[in-house]
Design a protein around this ligand. Sequence first.
Ligand code: HEM
Length: 365
Amino acid sequence: MDQDSPKPGKLYLWLDERVGLSDFAKLAKKKEVPQHRHTFWYYFGGMTLFLFAIQVGTGILLLLYYRPSASEAFESIQFIMTEVEFGWLVRSVHSWSANLMVFAMFIHLFSALMLNAYRRPREMTWLSGSGLLGLTLAFGFTGYLLPWNELAYFATRVGTEIPGVIPVIGPFLRRLLRGGNEVTGATLTRFYGIHVAILPALVTVVLGLHLFMVQKHGMSRPPSVAGGDEGKRTMPFFPNFFLRDLVGWLCALGVLAALAAYFPAELGKKADPFQPAPIGIKPEWYFMAMFQTLKLLPAHILGIEGELLGVLGFALIGLILIAMPFLDRGAAWGKPSRLAAIFGALLISYSIILTYLGYTMSPIK
Ligand code: HEM
């Protein structure tokens, strides 16, 4: 407390003595954020965090009515959409916020990549971020099946088929994911357990590490501004940066409310495993580039199965991304990384083009 601050209340003093509130206040006062022409990108980690908090809140509400079995899942969602008060709104916000969260996370990832924020001493921040990327995509994949509708059922059949092409461990992986040889009620129960228990537990640990690392090292200065005067300016986190964060979150809330009200989440038809797959099965948009790549690859390339080559290609891209802090040779000279810039630009362009093709090309398989 400094001299200008109002006198602390009794509750504050009581808590301070027991929990050490003034230590937190001191820490918050010390926190600064670099201010330069790229500061805008610093808001997307916080935005991802805000949307994740919405997912937790709305997810818990959905849990109160959802039933994870093949005979009841679809009907329980129908009940939520039509009978439960504001159930349609909670489900629609959960569905839209999931999409916005993945979108915000991609912006956060690519800005950290382009601004070389993974460089020493932030390697652990990057590695924990990579873990969060995998966990968030797993949230999306497992959540998609839970309404047990036709589209989700057949998309999950295709999605869980893919690891099966890996030699030796492929068939085991597919069975592990499905809880059997086919996508059945056992898969639904398994995805439910992963979605509401395993992933939240893992995210709590990995996100805790990520945020601790951000707190420990503070925000990085991109090499392009680190040298000059611009590289020295900062703004206090409390209240200046935090209030700007809040403005962003309020805008996101407005966008979410509008999307949920004007475009409520759809449910479609109940899944029927005995029906043939409908034409035009689509995964979520963030899996579309990979889905389309596998669709366009020929059955065999140089005697190797096309799908296997595709899966190995995705694995290689993932590995390069994770290992970026250790591959970036420019780090020692404090220069912007050409590797990160070229890799990032190629990855973004490839994903946009293949996603576009996924939505516009007529189904070929
Ligand atoms: C659930 C997903 C994630 C959440 C909630 C999250 C949250 C945050 C927050 C709040 C910050 C501090 C503010 C900011 O930089 O925007 C941050 C920083 C950072 N994040 Fe994430 N993040 C997530 C995923 C990722 C991913 C996928 C990566 C990359 C693989 C990543 C890499 C980083 C790095 C390198 C920093 C430090 C930035 C700097 O010092 O300039 N994060 N994250």
